[in-house]
Design a protein around this ligand. Structure first.
Ligand SMILES: NC(=O)c1ccc[n+]([C@@H]2O[C@H](COP(=O)([O-])OP(=O)(O)OC[C@H]3O[C@@H](n4cnc5c(N)ncnc54)[C@H](OP(=O)(O)O)[C@@H]3O)[C@@H](O)[C@H]2O)c1
Length: 320
């Protein structure tokens, strides 16, 4: 699958190579988005990034993506460090970038930087509709296309289920027209899981985006298995419970046995715990810092913890 507008692929690729060469990083050939699903635990051959399937479309996506809430809400994108962050994200095999009209300047910043870097075709762009009413929903989504500078989006989600009965029919219509490739719903809090579950059963969207982390494990009980049963791809938000997990382990050494599943940092510890869930297609940590971005994407490479190791991870965190 081409995930963007194919006209600009070669241009984009040339510009990315240049940007990366400036940063001393060569981009391996053939790094454009894979055209076929690679299976549940297949890794991209060039970056080593784990890929996971999107059951409804047969696509596959890189298992570590990028959240943009607050981190990409800047007024002057050109003079921020975010251009280097996005370039590095693509170079390391990242694809899914998640935004929303709720996130201030984030959509416009992603659109501007993707155009400057020429990487639009390498991204799996996800945003949301976050308003009430059909006309206002359409207006808001048209604005998102314009801010993201694209004719087509890989994923449009109903943010926090706001007015989902009104928006989902529009999203399906636009999917039929080819304007969006996938339809999704999101939430961030366990108090909404009952409604989320009902929507998954009744509407069977392509994607569910939900909070799940070592600090917020409620989705394990019903939502993750249900999504897997229904063939709904899962995006995990708040993977660090908004950085609170880092506060919990501050000053504590990473256990030596984390190396058994190729884990070299606490960030990778938290992300690999999530990726070990087979229901999860993609986890979207947010950062505006390149070292953190590199740390996070490394969680998509190497081995994942098995059930015994995950139990040990839980015990370790409980003792901190
Ligand atoms: N309802 C919804 O649809 C919904 C709700 C919540 C979130 N989301 C999506 O999910 C994304 C992620 O959730 P979130 O932003 O709430 O929280 P999060 O990803 O759990 O945490 C982000 C925090 O972690 C820090 N961080 C990131 N990588 C780090 C690393 N390697 N080492 C140390 N600190 C690190 C970031 O700070 P630095 O910038 O300093 O790295 C930031 O403070 C959002 O950006 C958004 O796209 C959607």
């Amino acid at each position: 699958m081409e995930i963007g507008d194919s006209r600009t692929v070669d241009d984009g690729r040339r510009r990315v190579l240049k940007t990366l060469a400036n940063g001393g990083m060569a981009l391996a050939s053939g790094a454009l988005h894979a055209s076929k699903p690679l299976g549940e635990t297949a890794a991209s051959s060039d970056t080593g990034m784990l890929r996971r399937p999107v059951p409804s479309s047969g696509d596959s996506i890189a298992a570590v993506g990028l959240g943009t809430y607050e981190s990409f809400d800047v007024v002057d994108a050109a003079s921020s460090a975010l251009e280097a962050v996005l370039a590095r994200f693509v170079a390391l095999g990242g694809e899914l970038v998640d935004s929303s009209p709720m996130y201030g300047h984030s959509e416009a910043v992603i659109g501007e930087l993707a155009a400057r870097l020429g990487v639009r075709n390498r991204l799996f762009l996800a945003t949301k509709v976050w308003t009430r009413g059909h006309a206002e929903g359409v207006r808001q989504m048209e604005t998102s296309f314009s801010r993201l500078r694209t004719m087509r989006l890989e994923l449009m989600q109903v943010h926090n289920l706001v007015d989902w009965r009104v928006h989902l029919p529009t999203l399906r219509e636009w999917r039929n027209q080819g304007r969006i490739r996938h339809v999704g719903v999101t939430h961030y809090h366990a108090s909404a899981y009952r409604e989320v579950e009902a929507v998954l059963r009744a509407e069977k969207p392509d994607f569910l985006q939900i909070n799940y982390s070592m600090a917020e494990r409620e989705a394990e009980a019903r939502l993750l298995p249900l999504a897997q049963d229904l063939g709904i791809a899962v995006i995990v938000n708040r993977p660090f419970a908004k950085a609170s997990l880092f506060s919990q382990v501050r000053g504590q050494p990473l256990p030596a046995w984390a190396a058994e599943f190729d884990c070299a940092s606490w960030a990778q510890f938290f992300l690999k715990f999530i990726l070990a869930q087979p229901a999860v297609s993609c986890v979207i940590p947010a950062t505006s810092k390149q070292p953190h971005l590199e740390d996070n994407l490394a969680a998509g490479r190497g081995r994942l913890p098995d059930a015994r190791q995950r139990a040990r991870m839980v015990e370790t965190l409980a003792r901190t």
